[in-house]
Design a protein around this ligand. Sequence first.
Ligand SMILES: Cc1cc2nc3c(=O)[nH]c(=O)nc-3n(C[C@H](O)[C@H](O)[C@H](O)COP(=O)(O)O)c2cc1C
Length: 338
Amino acid sequence: MSRELPEPAPPIAARLRKAAELAANMLYDGRRYWRHSFTCGARGKENLRARIAIGLHFLEYGLSLAGAQPGHGLDKARQLAVDLGTYIDRCGRDATVEIALKTLAAYLAFNAAGGSPLPDLAAQVETLRDGGDSGLRGGSEEVTAGEIRARGQIDFLAFAEARHSIRQFGPGPVDPEKIARAVRVAQQSPSSCNRQTCRAWIWTDPLPMQRVIALQNGNRGFGDQLGGVAVVTSDLAHWETAAERYQGWVDGGMFAMSLAYGFHAEGLGAVMLNWSVTRQRDRELRALTGIPDSSLVITMIGFGNLPERLTVPVSQRKPLDLALALNAPLKREGRAAG
Ligand SMILES: Cc1cc2nc3c(=O)[nH]c(=O)nc-3n(C[C@H](O)[C@H](O)[C@H](O)COP(=O)(O)O)c2cc1C
């Protein structure tokens, strides 16, 4: 790393201590990823559920391409049917099964319509069906640009500019319906292969909430005014390869931001509350709340009713060119995407 500033480096003993602390915490993260992901094959329900999500996403993805072809992803469809059979045997029937069966049905219908019926797969899928239908959906659907624009038409920049981190809250309990709607917004966040690994653990009862908040270091001066606290987690059991080791942070960050926007849309105030902690504090939170070892804690979010008048930091954004590099010239010929 280039040293642009004259600040002296700490003495070697301090540097070694910091390096050891970093290594111990990376080991804590790495061991949990190793233990709960399905790097070495699916060992639990959540691993299998993730593999089913990936498989059905692959089929939906293929069905949604302009050049969708019969026969695409047949090996994935066969594996999905096998995984689904195992899942039904071991874990029973639930939303995962219904969505995957609907997707397989859509896949089979697409292939049949394209002149490539898949009788062996169709027969296999038929053995998995039990006639239950709670209205969940799978496959692909046609929408128009007009519909997307009509339903999405808000001035999102104005909406985003009206959000502030709130550190003054009004009295009273938060309407549970508003919390539910905010979490539904978070659920609409994109997620890797639609794996939907994230969950908001929310406490609004004052005593448990305050015990959770007491473990967080960034709520001085307002923590006692909060109407609720959300702990956003991502389930490590949904990841497979070493390449995916940070995906939980990414998906979790997106879920957290959407949740904050969801609170904002409901007219509530919210503030991200960092979970920048080392392993000891992370374990304390799990011991208190029962959040399992397999869940990565991404961040907390404090929220509550807005008071009529309040003060917020300006939090001036930097000039746009520091956030936007549009068509930056490339240094040398890159490898063509293929
Ligand atoms: C991951 C994350 C952690 C944060 N942690 C805290 C926190 O512990 N306490 C706090 O008061 N604000 C926290 N914030 C809020 C930031 O200070 C705030 O987003 C930033 O100053 C910009 O202000 P704005 O949100 O009002 O636009 C956090 C923000 C993020 C994204």
